[in-house]
Design a protein around this ligand. Structure first.
Ligand code: NAI
Ligand code: MG
Length: 372
């Protein structure tokens, strides 16, 4: 097929694996898929082939594992992965999360977990007198080792003498690469960088982290960088959020501080994340930060915004950063208009209605755009 014959070349679709998971996971994943459909309608040059893989608690109860033995091979064929959330009381959490989410993050070397903590216009923050310009940071969480490397043992299990050993693994390579990713990002965003550790108490891992931070500072003299202890960082995030720009943290510290960040930026319904394999040897994975929220599952009450934002991050990673911006603009216009709010925001809208409103806002803005 060539253009000589007047035939239009059809762009190859991006192959996206959807892992809906449990609880509200499938509900918000459906919304993500609908947004992808809308993007493709509005921009026919971007097409998707979406495949759902039902690797969740039901799958575990039937097969004894969260994914098939060749699960990573199957996922490796896709351009990107979108995950809803996993967690069901019939399966121990540490098994479900480790066999699926951690297996993918570590197996695909997704060593950066990018988590924006950005207050959208129209989103509620519990901080008094704070606005969007005060809360605009992004976390670069180390995602492949650290406290979550899964090394350790349980000795004398089930006896009064039982002892749990949970070993953190911090490698020079692992710290250097995530540190450089964060410094590059701070440079590109013209923002200051904060490195989070606990070098006063963690006398091996914290000290190595801080030393590599100091070395990396030398390589980026133009980036304004500071080192904060994790407890102090939690304090300052609440008192002076405007101080924060690009925040680089270990797996556990990044996990905890980004839940605090989610609370500052409107709640878990707004927290999106990307698990990036920066070298692109493997697909990256995009997901809302929240879990399966069994307390609201099946009630059409889940806020889909975190999931829609994660779609934006996925499009950005695929080379369409403008689509992430447009999606966030559309979300902001819906929030400001105020009619479509899920119960976590004090409204009565259903999950689906919010997505519909966002898609409608996107359609309107595309119609009005000069180039559309
Ligand atoms: P959670 O994030 O599921 O829920 C915490 C609270 O926030 C609940 O009150 C829930 O209703 C609310 N919430 C969460 N997402 C929401 C949304 N989109 N819209 C409105 N409200 C929302 O955390 P929880 O309750 O600690 O864990 C529930 C299950 O999820 C557990 O099995 C846990 O292991 C799992 N989990 C899975 C994660 C993942 O798949 N990435 C991450 C965190 C937890
Ligand atoms: Mg978390």
């Amino acid at each position: 097929m060539t253009e000589e014959f007047g035939e239009k070349l059809t762009p190859l679709p991006y192959r996206i694996a959807l892992l809906p998971g449990d609880g509200i996971g499938p509900e918000v994943t459906d919304e993500a898929a609908r947004l992808l459909g809308a993007v493709s309608r509005l921009d026919p040059a971007i097409t998707f082939e979406v495949e759902r893989l039902a690797w969740n608690a039901d799958y575990f109860l039937e097969h004894g594992t969260m994914m098939p033995p060749d699960g990573l091979q199957i996922l490796g064929e896709f351009d990107a992965i979108f995950l809803g959330a996993v967690g069901d009381k019939r399966v121990p959490d540490h098994i479900a999360l480790r066999q699926l989410i951690f297996a993918i993050r570590q197996g695909f070397d997704q060593y950066v977990n990018l988590r924006p903590v950005k207050l959208l216009r129209g989103a509620p923050t519990p901080l008094v007198d704070r606005t969007e310009s005060d809360i605009d940071m992004v976390f670069v969480r180390e995602n492949s080792e650290g406290e979550y490397s899964g090394v350790g043992s349980l000795e004398y299990a089930g006896t009064p003498d039982e002892v749990a050993l949970q070993t953190s693994v911090f490698s020079r390579k692992g710290i250097e690469r995530v540190m450089r990713f964060a410094f590059d990002m701070a440079r590109a965003r013209h923002q200051p960088l904060q490195s989070i550790s606990k070098g006063n108490a963690l006398n091996y891992s914290g000290v190595l982290w801080d030393r590599i931070f100091a070395e990396t500072c030398e390589l980026y003299p133009d980036v304004e960088a500071e080192n904060l202890l994790v407890d102090a960082a939690a304090y300052h995030m609440v008192r002076t959020p405007e101080r924060f720009g690009v925040v680089v943290a270990s797996n556990l510290f990044g996990d905890i501080l980004t839940d605090l960040g989610a609370a500052l930026a409107g709640g878990l319904g707004f927290a999106a994340s990307a698990n990036l394999c920066p070298g692109k040897e493997f697909p990256s994975m995009f997901e809302p930060v929240h879990g399966s929220a069994p307390d609201i599952a099946g009630r059409h009450a889940a806020n889909p915004i975190a999931s829609l934002w994660a779609v934006g991050m996925m499009l950005s990673d695929l080379g369409y950063a403008h689509w992430e911006r447009w999606i966030l603009d559309a979300v902001e216009s819906v929030l400001l208009e105020g009619s479509w709010r899920t119960p976590d925001l004090g409204g009565h809208a259903r999950t689906r209605d919010v997505t519909d409103a966002v898609i409608q806002a996107l359609e309107t803005s595309q119609r009005l755009a000069p180039s559309a």
